[in-house]
Design a protein around this ligand. Structure first.
Ligand code: MCA
Ligand code: AMP
Length: 501
């Protein structure tokens, strides 16, 4: 069976698929280049049979050609985060146990050492996608694994969420119906390509619909405004922190520039916010300056998108709307029973969009599901006049900073491994810019004065930059309850609540 994503592309070879720092490429070029990548990865075999291929490639043409090439060879695509230090990359390589790593010349130094230590071959772009022979590529069924994205949870280190081609198709089809995607769409992409938001909602949705995805190498508020002001982008999607950055840049601009930028934003047919709660003042201010009412939606790596405000109809501030087409959503109480109308509960999701498994973690996969295939999201919500409102997460140890989900426990483990640290507590302090600002209270040995900058440097070598605490304070003891458990809400109070909307 041929996968519909590639079949559809074959029917529109001349349309522009990707505009990237490397140039503009049509669907025919994407099929050709990904065919050469797939043939090289196969190296004479019929099918990669879901072997993992990790790739560290900046957002752009090479990235997309490599992703499609892995898919077309029957491999399981494991994108590596371009912001991660070698230690985080090493963790993913150990967990995913890929057969090879693909690296872009700009990033190869970060991964070549850790790959060599594991005797993994490193294949380089652009050579991997240079013109060459195209062999026979395998036919793939929808239940074949497509990609694995790493996500933090309440236990242990990040887990690989395995998504099948069928899951991906269901996610993209649902969003296409709900948000009215068509081949006439043109969307900007600057979000990282190791998350569902960038990969599924933007890149794959565009390519599925024969639309154009224009990739910026990184986020810069002025660049985004300048690009929007050309008036030919139809869609824009980002996280709340990005909208806040855009508002700040607009505020700093002169009146003529503001007018041009606002007109560009108004020319879009839809602007979407998600990955974290959109503060109502951000939504309102955005509408004031652009005339656009942001559409807020809710999703998760394991399920894609589940809830969305409508394309046409009321987009209620502070709410995430209704279940998307084809997706079952319900709220349950602590015993797992559906709650009465209007009561709070945990969101459960079921449907063809829900992931297949956590990579090599059978028990955790089982624990994540209730009876009848309902996935437990760990998010609390309530339905008010037919629209869901997210109330927060069940666990205080899962934080969202600038749209990145992180585990406080993982950061604590790293801080505790630093000589002189006796104990620590990592918390998310409410912050208007980041959502949760990652902060740490640290207890150190009385005999061992601690250099906070050195501790931060230690963390920076081991953790993704967004996990490194923005603020570290030294305390004599951590606040604990009668059971001896650290009371995290009291730890939060040790830090400033800055300028929170
Ligand atoms: C960068 N920094 C951060 C973050 N990003 N700190 C905390 N949280 C962050 N998210 C730090 C850097 O380490 C650096 O610190 C300083 O901020 C400036 O870094 P820079 O790279 O210039 O930052 P930026 O380019 O302005 O990045 C901010 C950003 C980015 C654009 C908001 O974080 C971003 O693109 N976030 C979106 C992530 C995303 O796509 N999430 C979706 C996952 P220092 O100066 O100390 O070195 S959720 C998902 O996929 C689900 C399914 C869903 O619902 O969508
Ligand atoms: P991730 O697994 O990184 O995809 O993050 C998913 C989590 O982001 C969800 O479980 C929610 O906690 C949070 N999230 C996503 N969208 C929203 C939203 N619109 N409002 C509040 N939280 C959100």
């Amino acid at each position: 069976m041929k996968l519909p994503l590639f079949e559809r592309a074959a029917g529109i070879r001349e349309r522009t698929a990707i505009v990237a720092p490397e140039g503009a490429f049509n669907f025919g070029e994407l099929l050709d280049a990904s065919g050469w990548v797939a043939t090289r990865l196969l190296a004479g075999r019929d099918d990669l049979d879901s072997e993992r291929i990790c790739y560290l490639v900046p957002p752009g043409w090479h990235h997309v050609a490599v992703q499609w090439g892995i898919w077309r060879s029957g491999g399981l695509a494991v994108p590596l985060a371009t912001s991660h230090p070698a230690a985080e990359l090493a963790y993913v390589l150990d967990d995913a146990s890929p057969e090879a790593v693909v690296a872009h010349p700009d990033l190869i130094d970060r991964v070549s050492g850790v790959a060599a230590e594991r005797q993994l071959p490193v294949l380089q772009t652009p050579a991997l996608l240079a013109e060459g022979p195209t062999g026979v590529l395998p036919d793939l069924a929808a239940d074949r694994s497509a990609m694995m994205l790493y996500t933090s949870g309440t236990t242990g280190r990040p887990k690989g969420v395995v998504v099948t081609h069928g899951n991906l198709q269901a996610q993209v089809s649902s969003l296409s119906d709900a948000w009215g995607w068509s081949e006439h769409d043109h969307i900007l992409l600057h979000l990282p390509l190791h998350h569902v938001h960038g990969i599924t909602n933007i890149l794959t949705s565009a390519l599925w619909n024969g639309a154009t995805c224009e990739i910026l190498s990184r986020f810069n508020a002025v660049d985004v405004w300048e690009r929007l002001s050309r008036g030919d982008c139809t869609l824009y999607m980002a996280v709340p922190t990005v909208y806040r950055r855009l508002l700040e840049a607009w505020q700093r601009a002169d009146p003529a520039t503001r007018e041009a930028w606002s007109a560009g934003a108004l020319a879009c047919r839809l602007m979407v916010s998600g990955s974290a709660a959109l503060p109502v003042p951000t939504l309102e201010r955005w509408q004031e300056i652009t005339g656009q009412r942001l559409l807020e939606r809710y999703g998760m790596t394991e399920i894609g998108m589940a809830l969305s405000n409508p394309l046409n109809g009321e987009r209620r501030a502070g709410h995430v709307g209704q279940p998307l087409p084809g997706i079952d959503v319900r709220l349950v109480d602590e015993a797992g029973r559906p709650v009465a109308a209007g009561a709070e509960g945990e969101i459960q999701v079921r449907g063809p969009t829900v992931f297949s498994t956590y990579w090599r973690r059978e028990q955790e996969t089982q624990d994540a599901f209730a009876e009848e295939d309902w996935f437990n999201t760990g998010d609390q919500a309530v339905v008010e006049d037919g629209a869901y409102r997210i109330l927060g997460r069940a666990s205080v140890d899962i934080l969202k900073t600038g749209g990145e989900k992180i585990s406080a426990l993982e950061i604590e483990d790293v801080l505790r491994s630093y000589t002189g640290v006796v104990d620590c507590a990592v918390v998310g302090v409410p912050d208007a810019d980041w959502g949760d600002r990652v902060c740490a209270a640290v207890v150190c040995e009385a005999s061992h004065p601690l250099d906070v900058d050195a501790l931060r440097g230690f963390a920076r070598e081991r953790l993704a930059p967004y996990k490194v605490p923005k603020q570290i304070i030294l305390v004599d003891a951590l606040p604990r309850n009668a059971m001896g458990k650290v009371t995290k809400p009291t730890v939060v109070e040790l830090f400033d609540l800055r300028d929170v909307d």
